[in-house]
Design a protein around this ligand. Structure first.
Ligand SMILES: *Cc1c(COP(=O)(O)O)cnc(C)c1O
Length: 464
């Protein structure tokens, strides 16, 4: 059984690489990518569907029959409306953390009952809207709970409501995405003096509080640590329900955070493995007494996105070849600013979009921005990239090209979804526009064009 599963996982990884190569070739042939459009984001629709199905199957396998499970995609990982619509069709809801993300989820047609709001800085207006819509939300802190109290007194809501806790189980390999450290800004820090008692009292006093939420972190957190965070949250739910004498807490939101393998095409760890680790660590969570909410982001999308950029110039400096491409800090912000924490695989393609062959040469793959650290990869051994070739940054479907950074007023690239019939078939790849490339007029308009004279005509008000 395990062997069969490993073989299918490997087959899926291989098929994904074949589809990616076919898509790059077809993008060049069809003119989506070329001198006039030197950088694009490509999304593998088949791969996204497969990951959504794998997520659903993994939890279906470990939960008691009839357990309500909502998989809410963390919209921040890929805030693109057609992606949210595709996931909706695959049975996946939305976890949103800002008015913008909520608006995207609504535009994609996600109903309130499949949406969860989690931001740490919700304004009264945002809380009022979420409660009016019936969107589930988790109070981050005592002040937010006080606001919710006031709103609940003025109008009843059908929103499922909970409290976010920080189980303080510790951090992972990447500090900036570890949310369960002692001093993390998220949730109520469970181990702090008086915190546990305060939480229990809040539930005792509010029969409408029915959920607990925790999210231990993103990327770099080992599965066992993720499971400890869930176990602590579950133990608290059990304690609260025992103290109250009924099952007031009926749903646990266990967050996201499944790490992604950025070293190869293998999709490891799998959802199936994480679900089994969870069931072993917290068996009571799966016996049907609790509904479940999950909030995976990166693990659903990362492997299915590719940034492809044209090599505008190939040069040499200090003896090192440097390929100057159109993908840098604007589409790979984390990698450029924190290359140790967020390395990306790079693949070369020739001028016609065919995988580049040749002996590996240590080279830099640079971006277009005007600072010397704008490197997609430094000192990487690859077939030598030449002028007119393409460099692809792999595994960039989450937190990369959908997270444009407008340094140097570089435009947002077009994003296209693709499906392929088969690798050898010419014209066998179909594309759909997910997001148009940003036009120069839009860049100028977004940069204050309507207020061109605002500063030259500004006067201080006359004093009296
Ligand atoms: C970012 C975030 C997620 C998603 O994390 P991934 O690592 O992308 O799975 C889920 N829940 C919350 C509250 C988050 O902040």
């Amino acid at each position: 059984m395990t062997e069969v599963r490993a073989a299918t996982d490997e087959g899926r990884a291989g098929a994904r690489a074949v589809r990616r190569d076919a898509a790059v070739r077809a993008a060049v042939e069809q003119g989506l990518l070329g001198p006039a459009a030197p950088v694009v984001g490509l999304l593998d629709v088949t791969g996204i569907r497969e990951s959504a199905a794998a997520l659903r199957a993994a939890f279906a396998e470990v939960t008691a029959a009839g357990t309500p499970v909502l998989h809410a995609f963390a919209v921040k990982a890929c805030p693109l409306v057609p992606v949210l619509r595709l996931l909706r069709e695959e049975g996946i809801g939305a976890e949103v953390a800002s008015p913008g993300e909520l608006a995207l989820a609504r535009a994609a047609g996600l109903p309130p009952e499949r949406t969860v709001l989690d931001s740490p800085a919700k304004t009264p207006a945002e809380l009022r809207e979420a409660l009016a819509l019936g969107v589930a939300l988790n109070a981050d802190n005592p002040q937010e709970l006080a606001r919710i109290d006031a709103l609940m007194r003025s109008a009843p809501s059908r929103s499922p409501l909970g409290i976010r806790v920080n189980p303080q189980v510790g951090g992972g390999a990447i500090a900036s995405t570890s949310t369960s450290t002692a001093t993390s800004k998220f949730g109520v820090a469970l181990g702090d003096e008086g915190a546990r008692e305060w939480i229990v009292r809040m539930f005792l006093e509010r029969p409408w509080l029915t959920r607990l939420h925790s999210h231990t972190g993103s990327q770099g957190i080992p599965l066992e640590l993720l499971a400890r965070g869930v176990a602590e949250t579950y133990a608290l739910a059990e304690e609260i329900n025992a103290r109250i004498g009924r099952r007031q807490i009926d749903t646990l939101d266990i967050g996201g955070g499944l790490p992604v393998n950025f070293d190869s095409d293998a999709e490891t760890p799998t959802y199936a493995r994480y679900a089994r680790v969870l069931r072993e660590a917290v068996p009571g969570l799966f016996d049907g007494r609790y509904g479940l909410v999950t909030e995976f982001g990166r693990s659903l999308l990362a492997k299915h996105g590719t940034v492809v950029a044209r090599v505008e110039y190939a040069k040499s400096a200090g003896g090192r070849p440097v390929a100057v491409t159109h993908a840098g800090v604007q589409v790979a912000t984390r990698t450029v600013y924190a290359p140790q924490a967020w390395p990306l695989r790079i693949t070369g393609y020739d001028t016609e979009g065919r995988p580049k062959a040749g002996p590996p040469v240590v080279q830099d793959v640079a971006g277009p921005a005007c600072f010397s650290g704008d490197l997609l990869a430094e000192g990487r051994a690859l077939p030598l990239l030449e002028q007119g070739d393409y460099a692809a940054a792999l595994d960039t479907g989450a937190y990369y090209f959908a997270h444009h950074y407008s340094y140097n007023s570089l435009g947002r690239p077009g994003v296209y979804g693709f499906v392929t019939e088969g690798p050898e078939e010419r014209g066998g790849t179909g594309f759909a526009t997910v997001r148009e490339p940003q036009r120069l007029e839009e860049i100028v308009a977004e940069s204050g064009e309507a207020h061109t004279d605002a500063l030259t005509t500004l006067c201080a008000p006359e004093s009296h």
